[in-house]
Design a protein around this ligand. Structure first.
Ligand code: FES
Ligand SMILES: [Fe+2]
Length: 344
């Protein structure tokens, strides 16, 4: 193994919160407590669909959210979303042509627009410039005018957005990110060194050496917070790329399936960063490739959490440990599952 070569800004020394091995710090009960706090945060009924620029003006794109089939499209640049079933005889509107900003039903040509028709009505949407959101008003949840948005860096930025499905609940996605201790062990291709340097009720901060290329690593302090029950954000607090964020959103598709939508919004005060702007499209692909690589591992982690919670037969000793340690994660996820399957 080649020795690590640190590049970029040097960070001042900082104590770790614990010298215990990672597996001992990754206490399921501790993660479950953090998860419970995260899941208690309101969402305002908002769900991330995908990168906003992946929804176009020519055809309606289909989405599944909370078991409901939806379509999203754009009219004069503005984002629209509505149920995916035509109010006439129920044809699917996924992939329907958009003409003059209206959906044209593929079966009999009914044109559907912002005024709606019968029970078919457009849904509230929000376009934050990076991500497209839709609001579904759920019983027991207070709706808000806008989604909870974490603070993002001002331009110049380089942006990448990935979306992938996993067989798990949204709570499993948040739980994965609330366990930084797996980073070096499970993603050795991306992280060379990682230790927790600060932890409180509302955040956890790690000092992480991120692999740029082979033995070349960049060390930063990265803070994880959960602004809403379906989002966890990593912000680079100190070091190269200070102010950059990675927002991980978990959108429930249907029971047992979740879409992970992750936006990386990178910034830097280095003068050369501005010069990279003409290469935005190329660099976007690079950013997304790195994120996709991590989520190959992490989707497996989330699916394993879901499996352990729902399917694995337990011995009596495991059941007792599970009740002590995993109870919070299980309960949180079960609660999440109940909420998602409640009738609209
Ligand atoms: S089913 Fe859509 S117009 Fe008839
Ligand atoms: Fe991970």
């Amino acid at each position: 193994m080649l020795p690590l070569v640190f590049i970029g800004r040097a960070l001042p020394p900082r104590e770790s919160t614990s010298s215990r091995p990672d597996w001992a710090q990754a206490d399921p009960a501790r993660i479950a407590r953090m998860l419970q706090r995260a899941l208690a945060r309101p969402t305002g009924g908002w769900y991330v669909l995908d990168a906003t620029d992946r929804i176009g003006e020519r055809r309606a794109r289909g989405f599944l959210v909370e078991g409901l089939r939806l379509v999203a499209w754009r009219r004069d640049g503005q984002l629209w979303a509505a149920p995916a079933s035509c109010p006439h005889m129920g044809a699917s509107l996924e992939g329907a042509c958009v003409q003059g900003g209206r959906l044209v039903c593929p079966w009999h040509g009914l044109r559907l627009g912002p005024e709606g028709r019968g029970n078919w009505k457009p849904l509230p949407t929000h376009d934050d410039g990076v991500l497209a959101w839709v609001r579904l008003d759920q019983p027991g949840e207070v709706s808000s005018d806008r989604p909870v948005l974490p603070s993002r860096p001002a331009s110049p930025t380089l942006i990448g957005v990935i979306r992938r499905d996993a067989r798990c609940a949204p709570a499993d996605v948040i739980a994965n990110r609330l366990d930084p201790w797996h980073g070096v062990h499970f993603h050795p291709h991306s992280f060379a060194r990682l230790r927790v340097v600060d932890e409180a009720d509302d955040h956890i901060t790690v000092r992480v050496a991120y692999r740029a290329l082979g033995p070349l690593v960049v060390e930063v302090d990265a803070r994880f917070e959960t602004p809403s029950a379906r989002c966890i954000v990593m912000t680079i607090e100190r070091g190269e790329g200070e102010g950059s964020v990675v927002e991980t959103h978990a959108t429930p598709l249907e029971p047992g399936r979740t879409a992970i939508v992750e936006a990386t919004i990178a910034t830097s005060d280095r003068p050369g960063f501005r010069l990279l702007q003409p290469l935005r499209a190329l660099l976007r692909r690079f950013i997304e490739k790195r994120a996709e690589r991590l989520w190959i591992d992490d989707a497996a982690y989330c699916e394993r959490l879901a499996y352990l919670r729902t399917a694995r037969p337990k011995s009596s000793a495991e059941a007792s440990h599970s009740q002590d340690a995993h109870h919070g994660i299980g309960r949180a996820a079960d609660h999440d599952e109940r909420e998602r399957t409640a009738p609209a």
